[in-house]
Design a binder for this molecule. Structure first.
Ligand SMILES: [Zn+2]
Length: 187
């Protein structure tokens, strides 16, 4: 499905960047496709063969209500923002994760940190009035941690930051330094 939606290709730097924070994403009531478990997440990392130089892992929120569906987020990127590539590599919903892009492809996560970065995001990050809020569930907190554990295992020197450390944004609506002190490095 992802391959149908996006042209997959390695870009030197993304042409489009995430510069519209907290836009409303249509809240289509649809089941999150391919939400997978922690075990599958660890297996995904174990089977990875990373062929580009990745120096940074950047944590994001999708800047949506926690109930937003994966397909509504994909639709918004593709049809409203006209992005060619997804915003993140892995998106963590309230019931599991979805791989949006191969790690060897560049995504539209953060200006200046796309060519060198891998981007992890959770669905949510705003409250019912549209203000930034850490809406992570325990599962989302845990699966983000698993992403950081696994990427650190694969790339021991990788730097770990939140999007809000490299842009004037609330994203991911919490401080990575405080939430994941064992992984956070700063930029
Ligand atoms: Zn972000």
């Amino acid at each position: 499905m992802i391959q149908e939606l996006y042209q997959v290709g390695i870009l030197a730097e993304s042409e489009f960047c995430e510069d519209l924070d907290f836009m409303a994403v249509p809240d289509i009531q649809e089941e999150c496709p391919a939400a997978k478990s922690e075990q599958e997440l660890r297996e995904y990392f174990k089977n990875l063969s990373i062929k580009r130089k990745i120096t940074h892992a950047v944590i994001h929120c999708a800047a949506t209500q926690p109930t937003a569906s994966v397909s509504s987020i994909l639709n918004y990127w593709k049809n409203t923002l006209k992005w060619q590539n997804p915003g993140y590599h892995i998106l963590i919903g309230t019931s599991g994760f979805t791989v949006l892009s191969d790690f060897n492809n560049v995504t539209n996560g953060a200006i200046g940190y796309n060519a060198c970065g891998v981007h992890f995001s959770y669905i949510g990050g705003i409250d019912s009035s549209g203000k930034p809020k850490d809406t992570r569930t325990e599962l989302q907190k845990h699966l983000l941690k698993v992403c950081l554990e696994e990427i650190r295992r694969l790339i021991p020197n990788i730097k770990v930051i939140g999007h809000n450390e490299v842009a004037a944004k609330a994203c991911p609506s919490f401080k990575v330094k405080e939430a994941y002190p064992e992984f956070w490095t700063g930029k």
